[in-house]
Design a protein around this ligand. Structure first.
Ligand code: NAG
Length: 376
């Protein structure tokens, strides 16, 4: 049964995989509020937060497209303001929401595709991200979600809207003063490479890591050519610790839900290679006043899982929604069982962290954000 699962490429299996692989969002109304730093106290002003990537940073763009990778229904959002299921893959807010608050631009980062956003809301920042997306062009086709070149195209349209409002010169300055957050990659490895045989047949894991990073670099270059100057890029989390990965790929998924070390090693190696490539890009762009920063997601999440008691977590290897083993997206729905205390769970569904985990992750990134923005 387990080995059958490993090899399976039936459409249902792939469908399930995708659902579960639409990763991270964060939220937590009950945690201590994030105090925004006053805008003026920074050496470098921040005008906006602009976000690209997958479910870890999608606040609901998929509500506006035809895909099954969505979650704008309970129990998602149960700890969000007014319990609204916004389309964030979380019980509450995402890391990018916490960052937006912290840098003082806005409370929550809305989805760009929401047709009701006013110009002020657009100006202070939006997310172009789409759950289920990835850097490999094949990955977003699996769930028919928004690929990164299209996210970049939407960003160009966004710039035209700002230009119509403030003029070209002001718009360019506004973009130069914005913080860009890029977060994706988990779907490329878990859904695409490990679950569907196409890439595995033609790429070794090392070659695939390089292929993903090649595409990531193309994307960063596209952002930079559109005027982005402050770019943060998240690495991969310990993908072998995602509850769905343990369920689908562990030999002892029912009896011993330990992280799968060989998957996490893939993430470690990818992150090392990514950091090297980002510093090379940074060096070649430094004279233009551009900064590229790597956000380490791996180590904070690893520490949360391995020292979970220290952070008050009781459950690390299954999600809060449903059985916690497989449910995510439409499989985690109003009919699902929901754990009584989301703060005791590292994961809200079988793929995505709970708001508390996202908040702790944000806290671990805060010193990086401070140094990135040169706050005083
Ligand atoms: C929920 O879990 C957290 C973390 O374990 C704990 O601090 C809190 O007291 C719990 N809340 C309730 C209502 O049980």
């Amino acid at each position: 049964m387990r080995s059958h699962r490993k090899q399976s490429s039936s459409p249902l299996f792939i469908f399930l995989l995708f659902l579960f692989l639409i990763p991270f969002s964060f939220s937590t109304p009950k945690l201590q509020p994030v105090k925004p730093k006053p805008y003026k106290k920074r050496n470098q002003p921040v005008s906006a937060i602009l976000v690209f990537g997958d479910s870890t940073v999608d606040p609901g763009n998929n509500n506006y497209i035809e895909t099954i990778f969505r979650c704008n229904f309970p129990p998602y959002g149960l700890d969000f303001k007014n319990n609204i299921p916004t389309g964030r893959f979380c019980n509450g807010r995402l890391v990018t929401d916490f960052i937006g608050s912290y840098i003082g631009v806005k409370e929550n980062v809305p989805p760009y595709l929401d047709p009701n956003l006013g110009i002020e809301e657009l100006m202070s920042g939006v997310s172009f991200a789409s759950a289920g997306s990835g850097f490999d062009p094949l990955t977003p086709t699996i769930g028919n979600v928004i690929d990164l070149p299209t996210q970049l195209e939407n960003f160009r349209e966004y710039k035209r809207k700002l230009e119509a409002k403030m003029g070209k010169q002001q718009m360019e300055k506004h973009i130069g003063d914005a913080v860009f957050c890029v977060s994706a990659g988990t779907n490329d490895f878990i859904i695409n490479y490990l679950m569907i045989p196409i890439r595995r047949k033609t790429f070794t894991i090392e070659a695939y890591q390089q292929f993903v990073i090649y595409n990531l670099k193309q994307f960063i270059q596209g952002l930079w050519q559109e005027g982005a100057k402050k770019i943060t890029v998240a690495g991969l989390p310990p993908i072998g610790c995602l509850p769905v990965a343990i369920t689908l790929f562990s030999d002892e998924a029912l009896t011993n839900r330990r992280c799968i070390d060989r998957f996490s090693t893939v993430a470690i190696n990818y992150n090392l290679y990514l950091q090297k490539e980002l510093s090379l890009m940074q060096m070649s762009l430094a004279h233009l006043g551009s900064k590229i920063f790597y956000f380490d997601v791996y180590n904070p999440v690893y520490e949360i899982i391995h020292d979970h008691q220290k952070f008050g977590f009781e459950e690390v290897s299954s999600g809060c929604c449903g059985s916690g083993y497989l449910e995510a997206s439409i499989l985690c729905n109003p009919e699902s069982y929901v754990c009584p205390n989301t703060s005791a769970y590292v994961f809200f569904d079988s793929v995505h962290p709970s708001e508390k985990t996202y908040f702790l992750l944000f806290k671990s990134l805060r010193p990086m954000i401070d140094s990135f923005l040169g706050s005083v």
